[in-house]
Write a protein that binds this ligand. Structure first.
Ligand code: NAP
Length: 247
């Protein structure tokens, strides 16, 4: 059987890297990670993965921009072949209470987290439908489910992702393509671990499991949804938040 091709947007990030590794480890996928020039160093990330025994491709582009996302997917396909599994994981936060939030902070978050889902999915869906197989997994957030003060932009974008999931899942349910959302709670990426220890400890108190989640735990769930055997799961939202929010 030929290896499935997986494209992970934001694949070089904290959670994205573990999703890449999980898809290679558990499903033997050919993996392409998207990266963003100027902030990330895609080649350095790729070399580091190679040292750890992972042979990943990279494709560059701002997924918040339609034309750049199109080029990024073309690069990914030219390197690895048509995309069978798409994980929309790229995202940013620009937190501010609404009173002080500027239009730019709203736009940046909506573009990176939500427009990106349209921009990249648009490039791969027709091929999945033609080949009668596809897995689309959108990485949302617990804050899209419950809202979070200081994050009207992020909560709106992340809630919007799951609306997208449910609608598209219905459109392609009989075409062999599933569309699902994963909503992580606090995950111990370098961003979260950079928060002062005393604040981190107060955050952990909100988590019944008593710790932050790990990027590996998100990778595991992505591999589960991406598995061929998960074909009856579509339009679902898998909450991975240690019991912090049960919706
Ligand atoms: P991260 O390390 O910052 O990874 C995010 C990745 O997305 C980065 O590689 C980033 O590239 C990329 N990205 C952002 N905007 C992009 C754009 N317009 N075009 C292309 N790439 C773009 O953060 P993370 O913690 O792993 O988060 C991954 C996803 O999980 C995000 O969608 C986040 O909202 C979600 N999430 C995270 C947590 C958590 O606790 N960490 C909880 C819930 C949900 P650059 O580095 O170049 O900006």
């Amino acid at each position: 059987m030929t290896a499935k091709v997986a494209l992970i947007t934001g694949g070089t990030g904290g959670i994205g890297t573990e999703i890449c590794r999980a898809l290679a480890t558990h499903l033997d996928c050919k993996v392409v990670a998207s990266w963003l020039r100027g902030i990330d160093d895609g080649a350095a990330w790729q070399a580091k993965q190679k040292e750890a025994g992972f042979d990943f491709e990279i494709a560059e582009g701002n997924v918040g921009d339609y034309e750049a996302a199109k080029k990024m997917v073309e690069e990914a396909v030219s390197k690895a072949g048509p995309i069978d599994i798409l994980v929309n994981c790229a995202g940013i936060t620009r937190d501010k209470m609404f009173k002080r939030m500027e239009k730019q902070q709203w736009d940046d978050v909506i573009k990176s987290n939500l427009d990106s889902v349209f921009n990249v999915t648009k490039q791969v869906l027709d091929g999945m439908v033609e080949r009668k197989y596809g897995r689309i997994i959108n990485i949302s957030s617990v804050n899209g489910q419950k809202g979070q003060a200081g994050q009207t932009n992020y909560s709106a974008a992340k809630a919007g992702m799951h609306g997208f999931t449910m609608a598209l899942a219905q459109e392609v349910a009989d075409k062999g393509v599933t569309v699902n959302t994963i909503s992580p709670g606090y995950i111990a990426t370098s961003m979260v671990m950079a928060i002062k220890e005393e604040i981190r400890n107060s955050l952990i108190k909100q988590v019944p499991v008593g710790r932050f989640g790990t990027p590996e735990e998100i990778g595991w769930a992505v591999a589960f949804l991406a598995n061929e055997k998960s074909g009856f799961i579509t339009g679902a939202n898998i909450a991975i938040n240690g019991g912090m929010h049960m919706g």
